[in-house]
Design a protein around this ligand. Sequence first.
Ligand code: ADP
Ligand code: MG
Length: 702
Amino acid sequence: MERPAPEVESIRSEGMQLQELPGIGNRTAARLESLGIKTALDLIFLLPRAYQDRTNPQHISAVAEGQFATVCGQIMSVSERRYRTRRTLEVMITDGHGVILLKWFRFGRWFKASIEKRYPPGTEVLASGRVTSFSGNLEMHHPDLIEASDRKGGGIVPVYPLAEGISQQTVRKAVQTAISTLWTSVRDEIPADIRKKHDLPNLGESLLRLHEPLDSEDVQILNLGASRWHKRLKFGELLTFQLGLLLRRRLLDSRSSHPVSPEGLMEEQLIRFLPFDLTRSQISALEDAARDMARNVPMHRLLQGDVGSGKTLVAFIAMLRACESGYQAVMMAPTEVLAEQHFRTISPWCEKMGIPVALLTGHMDRRHRAEALSKAVSGEIRLFIGTHALIQERVKFRNLNLVVVDEQHRFGVLQRLALARKGASPHFLVMTATPIPRSLSMVLYGDLDITTIDEMPAGRTPVETLIFGESDRSRMHLRVSREVAAGRQVFIVYPLVEESEKMDLNAASEMAENYRKRIFPHLRIGLLTGRMASREKDTVMERFRAGEYQILVSTTVIEVGVDVPNANLMVIEHAERFGLFQLHQLRGRVGRGRNRSTCILMEGPNISGEARLRLKVISQTNSGFDIAEADLKIRGPGDFLGVRQAGMPEFRFANPLREADLMSWARDAALQMLPMSGTLESGMLEEVRRMWPEDVLNTASG
Ligand code: ADP
Ligand code: MG
């Protein structure tokens, strides 16, 4: 069973049809297909969503909300209720210690009739499901219900996810047939020594035990998905993931690039201009980059650090090095606003050094863009800042050798692929704004080397953050005027949501008008919106920086890259509309001078519980790391940092963010299985190919 006969391999590649299994007809097969199950093999990988322990049902009084439980009780009543257009079937049961209400929201006539017929009042039944509560009473929705006398010797019984028109019994029987036919012939692609090292059972046995648990199994652990059988499946998935990352990395390393190792005159010149010293973290990040870029294999490095930790400068110095060596370098941002902001940060440095730098965005007027594009081809300009979209599609470079990607969490392993096609094989530096939990960085950036900037430039002070409601508005006004009276400046930020951009813009302008005319008629107030032309924005910003404006009312354009040390108060209107990271970034705009800074979050009416939680998190910590952890908890790993959009391979069994230990075992195992020069055994390679999109492992792409 450890190494099955070769002919059974065909089960995996071709797939035994569902109908070939005894007891499964066309109708059942069609219904199973709606669960995504096409072959017998698919069926045995359909894991139970829970387990019921029929031998040891719990007392109703002992079950808790949120738990998956099996209870035994007598039917008290069966009734149908109507709430407007909805019908609910309600069955109340009791075991003498407590009462629980079983509810079905979707059911056919036949279902109600059969319940009434099969379970007259007084019948003893077993009900299994997730326990919820409604105004203090226990409920179970769509439970699995059987007559207690039907329990056939009891034991632990799997409960499967269901599709429309297919019953628990049908799925259970189909899986049972499939697993008993197939389990001995399932091939385990993980080498036995690796499984042994972590005491993991083989795949066939694991599947069998997941579908037919032994009576001795701990049902709680099964329900948590934490049994060793579960572990084997999760590990297999994580291993496949890690092998894909390694294969991809190996592919990247098989390319050659032009080494960059200038004398360093340009950066020396820049550093002389800067009014501050580089931090120790910045210096060591630059050393990492220098080492990578001096090789003839392209750099693939992630630069992570909290908002305001000075990543842009590090990236820019790397760009200068490429420039000094005679190559071109480009910095790409996910949005125009961010690209413009990088441009604004970098331009003054370039100006001082007399090096031309070009901005490339969709909003530029045609003439300027055409000019920049032609200077990219000719090589006349060496440094470019632009948006991903424009640069990927339009720009041809003469000798591009460094690509800086500002990800801002919007991209992942897969999205990065398309970016590498310019130039021979340029060096890559990816910037991400928040230190993220290690398990996550392994997932998102497992194919990159990682440098962390873990230190803020000197002189930053933590920002005190307050949450104000509408009734505190005059208090807020008071704070603003006190701040201005003390000779300092204030940001007032208004959210601009894409769907209601126009309305929000109006609201922001109206608000600025209101401040100018009524609230602070004696103060000088500037307005900045994303819609304004770059030059206009620059003028407004310049005036604010120079202290001509005391208050700057702005939509979110100031999110990144604006530095006004004299601004020590930020007011964020409708703070509930912002995401955690946006709030964190916004707040990073104050706290840059010597004075103590404050951020006031104005909370709109009717905010959701989740939004309130976000505001609370922001008000309690200044650390991007803590915020990342909290975000992970609030939103769950799927949505975290837009992982889903980031084009991650999908995980069916493992939760890559929660299973940090298994993930690092998988990393080690992958390294062991794929030594630098070796190849992967074909079965495992096939698994990797199944999980990862083709172009990730394909030589033709980045
Ligand atoms: P990040 O991109 O990491 O969020 P930035 O690169 O935008 O941070 O840097 C924020 C601000 O800090 C910029 O105005 C930059 O000029 C300034 N800065 C960068 N490095 C230092 C340093 N070592 N000391 C003081 N200020 C710095
Ligand atoms: Mg930045």
